[in-house]
Design a protein around this ligand. Structure first.
Ligand code: GLN
Length: 275
């Protein structure tokens, strides 16, 4: 295999295989410099070790591995979160939960907050930093995911109480003013699971029973025992599940139920107050 000896040659090699922007991002990651520099200095030499690393990343990207896993980082609500195969890659749509939480509670809230299935910790850490006067607890059933979340909390300076727990089973507190969750909500066997980034993400963070609603049902049924009288439950769900989630909340007796739209104008988050 011929190794590229300059930045320009590396980008040339990637052409037609991955988008040019991704090739630049991989080079930035390896060299620790900005994308503008990558484009401005095509003649800059690449050491053999860096060229080797670039070829490895290129091969993994061509095989479909998500950019976020190759770079080890994904931005969420303006902050960089470490990510790896143990956690779902944070999506821009999920920032809607943060916006709604800020709107419902206000900046000076002291309401304790719980994040269920925290994964990378994106929601819990962001809430803890945006609402510094409230206490945030976050759970995940995966110890490997919690390691990633804890690392993000420490690096970004967020105070979060981390717990290993299968939804509420090991939550050792009640009286939350807000419970948020981006649970798995894709139907088992859905073709999306075998496409794009999803092929490489933890299946347990994505799929949830034959209709995708198993975990949403569990959370909706158990949450009232952990919320204050007027506490809110905020749930992300699939693009076609808003009506179903509103019905589940309604059947469980929740009040003030409504759905909110994401950047693509899809009803993506549904909320309600404790029954
Ligand atoms: N929003 C993700 C996707 O469809 C799914 C995440 C989830 O199941 N919570 O790409």
């Amino acid at each position: 295999m011929v190794l590229p000896t300059t930045l320009g040659a590396a980008q040339q090699l990637a052409r037609g295989r991955i988008p040019a922007s991704e090739a630049r991002m991989l080079l930035c990651h390896l060299l620790g410099c900005g994308a503008a520099q990558i484009s401005a200095y095509p003649e800059r030499p690449l050491t053999e070790a860096l060229a080797q690393s670039f070829m490895e990343l290129l091969a993994r990207r061509i095989a479909g591995e998500p950019m976020a896993y190759l770079l080890g980082v994904r931005e969420f609500y303006g902050r960089d979160f470490a990510v790896g195969p143990a956690v779902l890659i944070p999506r821009p749509d999920t920032e809607l939960i943060i916006e709604l939480a800020l709107e419902l509670l206000g900046r000076d809230t002291r309401a304790p907050i719980l994040d269920l299935g925290t994964g990378s910790g994106a929601l819990a850490v962001t809430l803890a930093l945006e609402l510094p006067t409230s206490q945030v607890m976050a759970v995940d059933f995966s110890a490997a995911a919690l390691d990633v979340a804890r690392h993000n909390g420490e690096r970004l300076g967020a105070r979060v109480a981390w717990r290993e727990s299968d939804w509420f089973t090991d939550v050792d507190a009640t009286g939350f003013g807000l419970i948020v969750s981006n649970p798995p909500y894709i139907a088992e066997g859905d073709p999306h699971l075998s496409q794009g980034d999803l092929r490489f993400e933890p299946p347990t963070a994505l799929a949830s029973g034959p209709d995708g609603l198993d975990d949403l049902r569990r959370i909706i049924h158990a949450a009232p025992g952990f919320l204050t009288d007027d506490g809110w439950l905020l749930l992300e769900h699939g693009y076609d599940q808003a009506g179903l989630v509103r019905d589940l909340l309604d059947q469980a007796g929740y009040r003030d139920i409504r759905s909110a739209r994401d950047l693509a104008s899809i009803e993506r988050v549904t909320l309600g107050r404790r029954p």
